[in-house]
Design a protein around this ligand. Structure first.
Ligand code: LMR
Length: 404
């Protein structure tokens, strides 16, 4: 007999509410805000000059073909369409490595899904070990790995005073980690700081990881938003060249604009085709008890585009246009802040890569921007530069200067 029959009947009544998500929760608050001047610089979604996040033209054309030609809605293989996997591996590693037999790629529901598969794989197959995250990092990273029952810790990454990567401190820390721990690295366009390692630093980092037998897990969600598809992949490729086993999570939310289709991938490189095949079999076992097999649509779009040279060309043009708009916006933002009377030197914003910038605004300033001006920025002071448009630039810059 239960002491309290009502409690036994309603085991869900005492569940406490979870706090809103630090990023996606802000989008809900933004939607509910009735101020016509409101500006959303929180979630990392690309917006064009008019503040819209349109479907890419290459995606529209690929979808037309899929609609005309799709012949079944039967299940996907657990690891996804092999053609998709091949395309992703080539984008990330280049043809030679992708075709070496040492790479396996599974289609995951978004970059988040890929990271969770990686976390589950590490926990189940390698056992308990710590996962090291950059300080700062994407606020969802700790939660993903903790959900996989892995302990997380941080390594120094960003020097706020210098507005640059604290590379020596980072290396020094990694140099003293226990063998076998996992190090999560941002392949390019570091989220949230926008500060990346140089190619030389990636090579030096590879030496450290090798010397300590650490396992790199690269979160590669912004390929093409930094310096271009291949230059951005120099990070991952430096680790592969150093002969490290490596896990890479890709996302096609940003570079194909496929956010809501949840399309991503997890790739693994090992020292031999045989080891890779065994790892792949275990990844499949992990996936089977999670989401069984991936949703097809997003991956089919990416495959249709990369299967066709004309659509691939169109995609590269559209990706490059998104990247250029962000670079141009960074410039306009720095000038806008100066014109609005900012005394602080914000020129570092122009040197940061990708969608995000660490503005240097503190929690109090971020709160005031939201409460007094309906400007939504992540609590860490991270700004989604792609949310700045010619129409909101002046309003934004004046508001920022008013809270400095
Ligand atoms: C972001 O950092 O804003 C994006 O990666 C979207 C997300 O899921 O948080």
């Amino acid at each position: 007999m239960h002491a309290n029959p009502s409690k036994a009947l309603h085991p869900l009544s005492d569940i406490a509410a979870a706090p809103p998500d630090p990023i996606l929760g802000l989008s809900d608050a933004f939607k509910a805000d009735t101020n016509p001047d409101k500006v959303n610089l929180s979630v990392g979604v690309f917006q064009d000059e008019t503040g819209k996040s349109p479907v890419l033209e290459c995606v529209k054309r690929a979808e037309e073909r899929l609609l005309a030609n799709e012949s079944t809605k039967s299940y996907m293989p657990i690891s996804g369409d092999p053609a998709y996997g091949r395309h992703v591996a080539r984008l990330v590693f280049g043809e030679e490595t992708a075709d070496s037999g040492r790479v396996a790629t599974i289609h995951a529901p978004g970059g988040t899904g890929a990271l969770r598969v990686a976390g589950d794989f590490v926990r189940h197959l390698l056992g308990p070990r710590r996962v090291w995250l950059s300080d700062p990092t994407w606020p969802n990273h700790p939660g993903i790995f903790r959900a996989a029952h892995l302990e997380t810790e941080v390594y120094p990454y960003f020097d706020a005073a210098a507005n640059a990567v604290a590379f020596e401190a980072m290396r020094e820390k990694l140099d003293h980690l226990p063998e076998g721990d996992v190090v999560v690295l941002h392949g390019c366009c570091h989220n949230p700081s926008g500060a990346d390692l140089t190619p030389e630093q990636w090579r030096a980092l590879a030496d450290t990881l090798r010397a300590r037998s650490l396992l790199p897990l690269v979160d590669f969600a912004y390929q093409g938003f930094g310096d271009g598809l291949d230059p951005d992949a120099a990070s991952v490729r430096a680790l592969v060249e150093a002969g490290l086993d490596i896990l890479v999570s890709s996302s096609f939310s940003k570079n194909f604009g496929l956010y809501r289709e949840r399309v991503g991938a997890l790739s693994v490189v090992t020292e031999s085709p045989d080891a890779t095949a065994r790892v792949l079999s275990q990844l499949k076992a992990v996936i089977r008890t999670n989401y069984s097999n991936p949703p097809a649509h997003g991956g089919s779009i990416v495959t249709a585009i990369l299967d066709d040279p004309e659509l691939t060309e169109l995609w590269k043009e559209e990706l490059s246009a998104m990247q250029s708009r962000i670079a141009g916006t960074r410039k306009a933002f720095v000038e806008g802040l100066k014109d609005a009377g900012a005394v602080r030197d914000f020129s570092f914003l122009e040197r940061q890569k990708g969608m995000f910038s660490f503005s240097g605004l503190d929690r109090g300033q971020v709160d005031r921007l939201r409460e007094e001006h309906s400007i939504y920025i992540v609590g860490s002071g991270r700004i989604n530069v792609a949310g700045i448009t010619p129409a909101n630039l002046e309003y934004l810059c004046k508001a920022i200067v008013s809270v400095l």
